[in-house]
Write a protein that binds this ligand. Structure first.
Ligand code: DON
Length: 575
């Protein structure tokens, strides 16, 4: 009894000190002791929290959130796309689930080129050929088979309800659905038009019902992954392909497998970082940036000064040059992962950096590695009371994917084929260039930048669950959030809300969010030789930081602090 009282007082004391320690910084959007979900939409975060409260673990909750996002956040949440999940279980083991889309078996290297071998504009973006074989349902199924603890149907059912009985549209959904660009995109397809457009504007708070999607989700709830890859849904996907000139076959769907892969793992200043391996470039690129930056003494450089930005930009320049040459699907190519993430290699790359002046990207080449030539996204973070943590980034690529909805099934298809290198050196929608390792081949996974990441503190305990959407800016967003927390000692909310900058080798431009960078800083960067440009907003980092409180019974107590990135109106929920 006395022990309990002392513990309660101690717990309050820790909470109050935490409160005061962050008084000067932004307060988290949620604090919890038992579980937390930070996602792009309040309904989805609530679905996750309900699953946790009913005894599900973080993996169960993450699966529930994924299906809910497919209903309430249709621009990026999906069952017609793919993504990546990083899982750290309470015993400290880390693994990843790759549910990235695959090129259909009828895909070919030059499928987006004309007879003169020029890239046909838009063909890899807004046509049915832009769609890769979806991976999301298989990914959720595999995560559940291996790590789930409650009944699959109970996890999917809340999303069936959201689709069947509707949810209230938030400002973000309304602004996209009412914009001319997306109205046009969604009007091009008869099935999408029926669901996502109407003669008047969508109103904030209006109930949005998706009956076809509810039926599809019901099939998935009852039949597991087969409810998507076989039977009626699979038939409808093929029917849609026939209607729109696509090439995904029934066999492609049947053959799709999500894959469990070992994470990319590296140390940064005593912290251990786990992130996504190929076919994402995320983990390798993050390791490259942070391992080069271990050479910088950030204590002696003013945060967001020209020197600070310059050094990070130069590390990014090296890494994105390497990305364009050395990364692709590791099931199709030998990828020199160990070398690319090593301290030795990154120290040698760092030695090429001019500490005072910008280098020109066309003079910066990939590093020297021998390889065998054999050849609008959403991020959410989940933690539970046992200390399991899940970091998921998932996408249909462009907002609303290619704008095509599967016949009688109510879900949008991805346009992920654009993440392949349609032609060596030709930039994709995100300005990224690639080469043969990321060329189109049947059944190959396209290279991604998605970087769901989990960080352990120097004691080996769970510390951060981070990630972001944003195409090519995902990697640099995740790197900046980690740097803000580790090097600048910021609260998670501050780390997420700080203005961001981004450089990706080509185009040779440093992009800035418009606020908070002074004229003097930008002028100094110009004088160093950097080309600068503004970008309205970079990423949406929905992250969790974990602090500890030592229970007198020697059981760890968690304090979860959640940051829902205000750039897109995300939602952090806890209990
Ligand atoms: O996998 C990738 O890297 C891209 N398809 C991600 C697209 C994305 O983040 C769009 N969201 N804003």
């Amino acid at each position: 009894m006395l022990k309990k009282m002392i513990y309660t007082i101690f717990r309050k004391f820790i909470f109050i000190s935490l409160f005061y320690s962050v008084l000067l910084s932004k307060f988290p959007d949620a604090i919890g002791y038992n579980g937390m979900v930070v996602s792009s939409n309040e309904y989805a975060s609530n679905v996750g929290i309900d699953i946790l409260k009913k005894g599900g673990n973080a993996i169960d909750a993450a699966i529930g959130v994924s299906f809910a996002l497919a209903v309430v956040h249709p621009g990026a949440g999906n069952i017609g796309g793919g993504g990546f999940m990083v899982i750290r279980t309470s015993d400290g083991k880390v693994s990843t689930i790759d549910f990235r889309e695959k090129a259909p078996s009828k895909a070919s290297k030059d499928m987006f080129l004309d007879d003169s071998l020029n890239v046909i504009p838009g063909k890899s973006w807004s046509t049915s050929l832009a769609t890769g074989v979806p991976g999301s349902v298989a990914g959720m199924w595999l995560a559940h088979q291996k790590y789930g603890s409650v009944n699959w149907a109970d996890i999917v059912r809340p999303s069936v309800k959201l689709a069947q009985y509707g949810f209230n549209l938030d400002p973000l959904n309304c602004s996209y659905l009412n914009s001319e660009y997306y109205k046009n995109l969604l009007s091009n397809d008869i099935e999408a038009k029926k669901i996502f457009t109407k003669s008047t504007n969508f109103k904030i708070g209006e109930t949005f019902i998706q009956t076809d999607l509810a039926n599809t989700l019901r099939r998935i709830a009852f039949n597991g992954y087969k409810g998507f890859y076989e039977g009626e849904t699979a038939k409808n996907i093929v029917k849609c392909m026939d209607r729109t000139g696509g090439i995904i076959s029934e066999q492609d769907l049947k053959n799709y497998k999500a894959i469990e892969r070992a994470p990319i793992e590296f140390d940064y200043n005593g912290y251990k970082v786990y992130s996504m391996p190929p076919p994402s470039s995320g983990g390798v690129a993050l390791a490259g940036i942070l391992n080069q930056l271990e050479n910088v003494n950030f204590d002696s450089i003013t945060y967001h000064s020209a020197d600070y930005i310059h050094l990070i930009v130069e590390a990014e320049r090296n890494v994105y040059a390497d990305r364009s040459v050395y990364l692709g699907d590791s099931d199709f190519n030998d990828i020199a992962i160990d070398e690319l993430i090593s301290d030795n290699y990154n120290n040698s790359r760092w030695n090429e950096v001019d500490l005072l002046n910008a280098r020109k990207s066309n003079e910066v080449k990939e590093g020297n590695i021998i390889y065998n030539e054999s050849e609008e996204t959403t991020h959410y973070s989940v933690v539970d009371k046992w200390g399991n943590a899940v970091s998921v980034t998932t996408t249909v690529n462009g907002w609303f994917g290619n704008g095509i909805v599967v016949d009688d099934s109510g879900f949008l298809l991805n346009n992920e084929m654009d993440d392949f290198s349609s032609k060596p050196g030709h930039p994709n929608k995100y300005g990224l260039v690639g080469n043969v390792l990321n060329s189109i081949e049947p059944n190959k996974r396209m290279l991604s930048s998605m970087s769901p990441t989990i960080v352990e503190n120097p004691e080996g305990e769970l510390f951060l669950v981070v990630g972001s959407p944003g195409g090519s800016t995902i990697i640099t967003t995740v790197a900046q959030v980690i740097l803000n927390v580790i090097n600048q000692n910021m609260s998670i909310k501050d780390a997420v809300e700080q203005s961001r900058f981004h450089h990706q080798w080509l185009p040779d431009i440093v992009y800035f969010e418009p606020l908070n960078f002074s004229k003097e800083t930008l002028n100094s960067l110009k004088n160093m030789g950097h080309n600068l440009s503004y970008r309205r907003s970079i990423g949406e980092a929905n992250c969790i930081k974990i602090d500890y409180l030592d229970d007198l019974d020697k059981q760890k107590g968690y304090i979860f602090s959640g940051a829902a990135d205000s750039r897109r109106g995300a939602s952090a929920k806890s209990y």
